[in-house]
Design a protein. Structure first.
Lengths: 466, 201
C-alpha cells in the first residue's frame, strides 16, 4: 500500500507494540527551563539516569530578560528556574546553550539553525510549538513534563498513531503574502480545533516554493489548528539548508543521509483521513480579530458579527471575543489603533523575518503612539541581522532592538502588556491575557507588524510593495 | 507519575460553560516559574477567578467562586478544553485545586495526555450529554455526579452516560502504573533499536 510521509517516519521508529500504543524511539530531545525541572526532579527521586544525553540539547529562552544578560534580571523565581536547568544539564552531561551564548536562542529557532533537526527524525520538546521542526520532514511534537521525564529516562515515548491530514496550498503566492498569512488562513478555514488528533502534511506549489524558514513558520502553528504535528516533505532546499551546519552529518554520512532523506515523501496513491485545499491566490494579509487563532480575517475584511457564524459555539465565542478585544462588528481594521508591536517568537523570529520587517521599517518611523520591539530568535539571528545592518534600520525607525528570547509572545519575563493595550504581534497565540492580563493581541506577519508600527493602525502591507 | 489508582469518584461539579478554554486561562504564564509540581491550585484560572493581580479579591461571578460550587471535585467544560501550550502545570493546577476529573465535549491532544499522566481523569461526552449535565447542575448545584472508570460511565440523578477511553489510558489510570518503570523493562528492545540506527544520528 502506498505510504504517506508520516507513515514512513512513524514506522521507522517503532520499537515495540504495547496494546494499541506503539513504543517509539525519539531521535532528538530539546529541553528548556520551564518544562524540565520537574522532570529532572522525578528522575533524581528515583535515581534514574538520562539515557542519551548526546541526543538531548538544552537552551534558555522562556524566562529570560531581553534587556540584560544577567540570569536574575527577571527576579529570583526566573533565576532559580534558569539555574536549575544549568545544574540539571551539568549533572546529566547535557549540552546547554545558556543566556549570552552565541548559539542560545528560542528552542525552535536555535535547534534547526545548528542542524540539530534533520529529515526523518523524531523530535520532541516540552513545548507545543515543537511542530516547527516538521518543516524538515521530521515528526516533531510537543509533550508534557511527565513525558519529558519519560524521554530523558528511556529515549522513547508511548504513542498512538494519529490520523492524517493533507493540506494543499495550490498555485503561486501573491506578492506581499507570507508564510504567516498561509498558516493563519489555513487555521481560519479549518478552525482552532480543526486538526485535533491529526498529523498534517503541508503540500502544493505554494508550500514547495517556501524557503525553509517560511516552512518553519507554517509548521510552527500546526498546534494552533489543534494538530499533533505538521510536516513538509524534504527536498533540495532542505538539504541545502542543512549542509555544513554544525550538527548535520558530514562526509560519507552526509551522502548516506541524503540518500535516505530522498525516500521521505508521500507516495502516489497514498490516502489521508482528511484533505483540505486552499488557493494561494485567495490569501490576503491576515489579522486575527478574536481570542483564538481561528478568529482571523484578511486585513481589508470588516470585523465579523456573531450572527455571521451559524455554529452556536462559534457564535458565542465571537460575542466573548469581540467584547474582550474591544471591537465592533463591521469595524475596519484600518481604523483600529495599536499601541504596541512585537516582532519575534518561534513563529517569526528568524533572519528572513527580521529582513521582511526591516524592509517596511525603513520606509518610516514608529508612530508616536506606538512602542515597538524587535526580538531576534537567537544569538545567531541577532549577529546576522547586525551584520546586515538591520538593527540600525530598526533603531533609526524607533524600534527597540533586544536580546534573543521568547519575550512578549508569552511574557514570562518583563516584556508584557497591561490591560487595554493593543498589540500587533508576530507570535502565535492571541488568547485572552496571553501577553498580559486584559491586553489584546492581533496575530500578523512581520511585514504587517512593521507596517502597523509605522501607521499606528493596521495597514495593508501590499500598499508598501515596491 | 502518580502511583495511586483511580476507579470511581463521586462529587459535586463546577460548571465552566464555554468552549476553547486554553492553558493560558487554566494557569497563566506568571505562575510557570516554579521548579516543583506543587502549589499551582491557588492560581488556577487566575485571570477569571480574581479581580486583582494579588489574588485577594475573588470574582463573585466566576463559577469556582460561587458558594454553591464550593468543594467541587468535578469540572464541567465544553469543546476543545485545554487547547494551547503543553504546560503540564495546567493539570497540576486542576488536580491541586481538588479536581479529580474533567468532563467536557472534547479536549486538546497534549492536555488530554497530560491529564492521563497525572491521574486527572478526562471524560469526553457528546454536546447533548454535556447539556444535560450542565442543566442538572444548574437546577441543583448539589447534584452528585459519579464517574466510574472501569464501567466507563458518568451518572447524575437518573441519567447515566457511557464514555470512550483508550484501553491503555484506562488501565494506567486505574492501576496508577509507573510508566517509566514499565518502559525500562523493555531496555533490551531499546538497545537493539539503537544498534540498528544509522551512524549519522
Amino acid at each position: 500500500m502506498a505510504k504517506t510521509l508520516y507513515d514512513k517516519v512513524w514506522q521507522a521508529h517503532i520499537i515495540d507494540q504495547i496494546g494499541e500504543d506503539s513504543l517509539i524511539y525519539i531521535d532528538r530531545h530539546l529541553i528548556h527551563e520551564v518544562t524540565s525541572p520537574q522532570a529532572f526532579a522525578g528522575l533524581n527521586e528515583k535515581g534514574r539516569k538520562v539515557r542519551r544525553p548526546d541526543r538531548t540539547v538544552g537552551t534558555m529562552d522562556h524566562s529570560i530578560s531581553t534587556r540584560s544578560l544577567a540570569i536574575d534580571a527577571c527576579g529570583p523565581a526566573n533565576a532559580l528556574q534558569l539555574q536549575t536547568l544549568a545544574k540539571n544539564c551539568e549533572e546529566h552531561g547535557i549540552q546547554l546553550f545558556p543566556v549570552g551564548h552565541q548559539k542560545q536562542g528560542i528552542v525552535h529557532v536555535m535547534g534547526p539553525e545548528l542542524g540539530l533537526i534533520q529529515p526523518g527524525m523524531t523530535v520532541v520538546c516540552g513545548d507545543s510549538h515543537t511542530a516547527t521542526h516538521g518543516a524538515f520532514g521530521a515528526l516533531a511534537f510537543g509533550i508534557g513534563t511527565s513525558q519529558v521525564e519519560h524521554v530523558l529516562a528511556t529515549q522513547t515515548l508511548k504513542q498512538s498513531r494519529a490520523k492524517s491530514m493533507l493540506i494543499n496550498v495550490n498555485g503561486k503566492l501573491p506578492v506581499g503574502i507570507t508564510a504567516k498569512d498561509i498558516i493563519l488562513a489555513i487555521i481560519g478555514k479549518i478552525g482552532h480545533a480543526g486538526a485535533t488528533g491529526h498529523v498534517i502534511e503541508y503540500a502544493g506549489e505554494a508550500i514547495r516554493d517556501l524557503s525553509m524558514e517560511e516552512r518553519m513558520t507554517v509548521c510552527n502553528m500546526s498546534i494552533e489548528a489543534g494538530a499533533k504535528a505538521g510536516l513538509v516533505a524534504p527536498d533540495e532546499k532542505t538539504f541545502a539548508y542543512l549542509e555544513g551546519r554544525e550538527y548535520a552529518p558530514k562526509g560519507q554520512d552526509w551522502e548516506d543521509a541524503v540518500a535516505y532523506w530522498k525516500t521521505l515523501y508521500t507516495e502516489e496513491g497514498a490516502t489521508f483521513d482528511t484533505v483540505v485545499e486552499l488557493e494561494a491566490a485567495d490569501i490576503a494579509p491576515q489579522v486575527t480579530w478574536g481570542t483564538n487563532p481561528g478568529q482571523v480575517i484578511g486585513v481589508n475584511t470588516p470585523v465579523p458579527a456573531p450572527e455571521d457564524f451559524s455554529d452556536p459555539i462559534e457564535k458565542e465565542s465571537a460575542v466573548k471575543a469581540l467584547e474582550y478585544m474591544g471591537l465592533k462588528p463591521g469595524e475596519k481594521l484600518a481604523d483600529v489603533a495599536v499601541n504596541h508591536v512585537f516582532i519575534g517568537s518561534c513563529t517569526n523570529g528568524r533572519i528572513e523575518d527580521m529582513r521582511a520587517a526591516a524592509q517596511i521599517a525603513k520606509r518610516g518611523k514608529v508612530a508616536d503612539s506606538v512602542t515597538a520591539i524587535v526580538v531576534p530568535g537567537s544569538g545567531n539571528v541577532k549577529r546576522q541581522a547586525e551584520a546586515e545592518g538591520l538593527d540600525k534600520i530598526f533603531i533609526d525607525a524607533g524600534f527597540e532592538w533586544r536580546l534573543p528570547g521568547c519575550s512578549m509572545c508569552l511574557g514570562m519575563n518583563d516584556d508584557k502588556l497591561v490591560a487595554g493595550d493593543r498589540c500587533a504581534s508576530t507570535s502565535n497565540r492571541n488568547f485572552e491575557g496571553r501577553q498580559g492580563r486584559g491586553a489584546r493581541t492581533h496575530l500578523v506577519s512581520p511585514a504587517m507588524a512593521a507596517a502597523a508600527a509605522i501607521t499606528g493602525r493596521f495597514a495593508d502591507v501590499r500598499d508598501y510593495q515596491e | 507519575m502518580s502511583e495511586q489508582g483511580f476507579t470511581q469518584h463521586t462529587g459535586i461539579a463546577a460548571p465552566l460553560d464555554q468552549a476553547n478554554v486554553d492553558t493560558d486561562q487554566i494557569i497563566p504564564k506568571q505562575f510557570l516559574t516554579g521548579v516543583t509540581r506543587a502549589g499551582y491550585g491557588k492560581h488556577l484560572f487566575h485571570d477569571w477567578r480574581y479581580l486583582d493581580l494579588e489574588e485577594k479579591e475573588p470574582n463573585p461571578a466566576f463559577a469556582l467562586n460561587k458558594p454553591e460550587h464550593k468543594g467541587a471535585s468535578i469540572l464541567l467544560a465544553r469543546e476543545n478544553f485545554g487547547c494551547g501550550s503543553s504546560r503540564e502545570h495546567a493539570p497540576w493546577a486542576l488536580a491541586d485545586f481538588g479536581f479529580k476529573t474533567v468532563i467536557a465535549t472534547s479536549f486538546a491532544d497534549i492536555f488530554y495526555g497530560n491529564c492521563i499522566n497525572n491521574q486527572l481523569v478526562p471524560v469526553a461526552l457528546s454536546s447533548e450529554q454535556m447539556d444535560a449535565l450542565f442543566a442538572a447542575v444548574k437546577a441543583n448545584p448539589a447534584t452528585q455526579i459519579t464517574v466510574d472508570l472501569p464501567a466507563q460511565t458518568v451518572s447524575a440523578g437518573d441519567e447515566s452516560f457511557t464514555f470512550d477511553i483508550a484501553e491503555h489510558h484506562k488501565t494506567n489510570l486505574i492501576k496508577g502504573l509507573d510508566a517509566i518503570g514499565q518502559t525500562l523493562e523493555l531496555t533490551n528492545k531499546i538497545e537493539t533499536f539503537e544498534s540498528n540506527q544509522p551512524t549519522w544520528l
